[in-house]
Design a binder for this molecule. Structure first.
Ligand SMILES: NC(=O)C1=CN([C@@H]2O[C@H](COP(=O)(O)OP(=O)(O)OC[C@H]3O[C@@H](n4cnc5c(N)ncnc54)[C@H](OP(=O)(O)O)[C@@H]3O)[C@@H](O)[C@H]2O)C=CC1
Ligand SMILES: CCCCCC(=O)/C=C/[C@H]1[C@H](O)CC(=O)[C@@H]1CCCCCCC(=O)O
Length: 297
C-alpha cells in the first residue's frame, strides 16, 4: 500500500498566502485498477495561478508535476516512462487517461529529446509555451522592434526575453526613449499603465497575467487605457495557454530545438523536498525565483 502526501487548502487565501492556509495530509492509495497507473512525482511546479484562481478548501492545491510511472495496468502508460500532468501538489497519483482540470490527459514525456525532465514544467511546459505562443503568435515580433517584458526574470518572462533577442528585437529593461513596439505583460497595474504611455503607434500588447493583483484585497485602480489604445491604434490581447493546446507539440519541439542549439537557456530555481513546496510557492510570489520555480522531491 502506497501512502501519498498532499498539500490541502484548509483556509481560503486572503492577501498574501499564509503557511496556516495549507496542510500536508497523508492518503493511503488503493491498489490500481485496470486502465490505471501509479506514478511518483519527481518535480512539482509552483505558479502564480495557484494564487490567482479560486480553489476549494479540502482540495489538493492545483499544480503540474513530472512523475515516473511505477506501476501500471494501462498499456498506454508503461512502467518506467515519465508523464507530465496537472493533478495537484501530491507525491503519488493514481491516474488513467482522464484529462486534468485543464482538460489535458497525462502526457508521456518523449525519451528522445535529450533535455532535463524538469524542463517539462518550465521551458517545455506551460510557462515556456506561454512565452512561445503569447509572444510569437500574438505579438508577431519583427527584427529591430523594441520589446518590454514585465516580470522579465521569471519563468515566462525569461523565455520571452530570449525569444525576443533571437528575433533581433531590443528587449529593454530600462527606459525606451524611442518608444515601445511590443509589451509582454505578466504583471498589470502601475507598471503596465506606465509602459502603455510609451507604446509606439500600432504597438502590440500580449496580456499573459496580472500578478500585481493576485494578493491584493482591493481592486487595483490605474489610469484609463482607452485613450492611448485609440490614439496610438494599439492591439492588446489576453490569452490562456490552454487556447493553444492543439499546437503544444509545435512549441515543445521548437523550444527544445533552440535549447539544444544553445539559443534558449532554461533558468530554474529548484527547492528540494516535498515538504518545502509551500515555501517555494511563497518565495516565487515574493520574486525570489530566477526562471521557473520548481520543487524537486
Ligand atoms: N495566461 C496564461 O495561460 C499564463 C499566465 N501566466 C501568468 O504569467 C505571469 C508570470 O508567471 P510565471 O512566469 O509563472 O511567474 P514568475 O516566475 O515570473 O514569478 C512571478 C514573478 O512576479 C513578480 N511579482 C510578484 N508579485 C508582484 C507584484 N505584486 N508586482 C509586480 N511583480 C510581482 C516577481 O518577480 P520580480 O519581483 O522579480 O519582478 C515574481 O518572481 C503571471 O502573471 C502568471 O499568472 C503564467 C502561465 C500561463
Ligand atoms: C485571472 C488570473 C489569470 C491567471 C493567468 C495564469 O496564470 C494562467 C495560468 C494557466 C496555467 O499555465 C495553465 C492554465 O491553463 C492556467 C489557467 C487555468 C488554471 C486553473 C484552472 C482553473 C479552474 O480549474 O477553474
Amino acid at each position: 500500500m502506497v501512502k501519498a502526501k498532499k498539500f490541502v487548502l484548509i483556509n481560503q487565501f486572503s492577501g498574501f498566502p499564509k503557511e496556516s492556509d495549507v496542510e500536508i495530509q497523508e492518503e493511503e492509495l488503493p491498489e490500481i485498477k485496470d486502465g490505471e497507473f501509479l506514478c511518483e512525482s519527481l518535480y512539482i511546479s509552483v505558479d502564480p495561478y495557484q494564487r490567482a484562481y479560486p480553489q476549494k478548501t479540502g482540495d489538493v492545491i492545483m499544480g503540474s508535476q513530472v512523475a515516473k510511472i511505477i506501476e501500471s495496468k494501462n498499456p498506454e502508460y508503461p512502467v518506467g516512462k515519465h508523464v507530465v500532468g496537472h493533478y495537484g501538489w501530491k507525491t503519488h497519483h493514481i491516474l488513467d487517461n482522464s484529462p486534468s482540470r485543464l482538460g489535458i490527459p497525462p502526457k508521456i514525456i518523449p525519451d528522445d529529446l535529450g533535455v532535463n525532465l524538469s524542463h517539462f514544467l518550465g521551458v517545455l511546459g506551460l510557462t515556456g509555451l506561454s512565452a512561445y505562443f503569447g509572444f510569437l503568435k500574438i505579438c508577431r515580433p519583427k527584427a529591430g522592434e523594441t520589446v518590454v517584458i514585465s516580470a522579465a526574470a521569471g519563468a515566462v518572462g525569461s523565455i520571452v526575453g530570449q525569444l525576443a533577442k533571437n528575433r533581433q528585437c531590443k528587449a529593454l529593461k530600462e527606459s525606451a526613449p524611442e518608444g515601445v513596439d511590443i509589451y509582454f505583460d505578466n504583471v498589470g497595474g502601475e507598471i503596465s499603465a506606465i509602459v502603455l504611455k510609451h507604446m509606439k503607434e500600432y504597438g502590440r500588447i500580449s496580456v499573459c497575467g496580472s500578478i500585481s493583483s493576485y494578493n491584493e484585497k482591493e481592486e487595483i485602480r490605474v489610469p484609463l487605457v482607452q485613450r492611448d489604445m485609440v490614439s496610438k491604434q494599439l492591439k492588446m490581447e489576453g490569452f490562456l495557454i490552454k487556447q493553444f493546446v492543439d499546437y503544444f507539440s509545435e512549441g515543445v519541439y521548437e523550444n527544445a530545438r533552440w535549447l539544444k542549439q544553445g539559443k534558449l537557456k532554461s533558468k530554474e530555481t529548484i527547492t528540494k523536498g516535498f515538504e518545502n513546496t509551500f515555501q517555494a510557492f511563497t518565495n516565487m510570489l515574493r520574486g525570489k525565483n530566477f526562471g521557473k520555480a520548481l520543487v524537486e522531491l
